[in-house]
Design a protein around this ligand. Structure first.
Ligand SMILES: [Zn+2]
Length: 109
């Protein structure tokens, strides 16, 4: 597959070119809003923040995320439960090295 050349900087984004989050919030969402819901349950991303001067009390700023709260099985709106966790990055990121190499094989139109 060849990708549009004009999106090359986006497609080759890395942690050197985009600001990675210093904090992620995950929420356990369920598909159980009405009787036709499918009963799916799983973790979704609810927020990402970076340290530094920002709009969040304490100095963080929000980072763009995909936080569409839609059931991946049936497409209905999900309900975000009280089960939530906040995560910080590990100092050991060696598990990501294999996926970083994939960007080197991109071909452009
Ligand atoms: Zn569902």
């Amino acid at each position: 597959m060849k990708y549009p050349r004009r999106f090359k900087p986006l497609l080759e984004s890395s942690t050197e070119t985009v600001r990675p989050p210093d904090r992620l919030t995950a929420v356990f969402a369920v598909c159980a809003v009405d009787d036709s819901a499918c009963g799916w349950g799983g973790w979704m991303l609810e927020g990402a923040a970076a340290s530094g001067e920002g709009e969040i009390p304490g100095g963080e700023r929000h980072l763009p995320i995909c936080d569409v709260q839609v059931c991946p099985r049936c497409g209905r709106q999900t309900f975000r439960t009280a089960a939530r966790r906040v995560y910080s990055p590990s100092t050991d990121q060696s598990a990501l090295l294999a996926s970083d190499a994939a960007a080197a094989d991109l071909e452009y139109e």
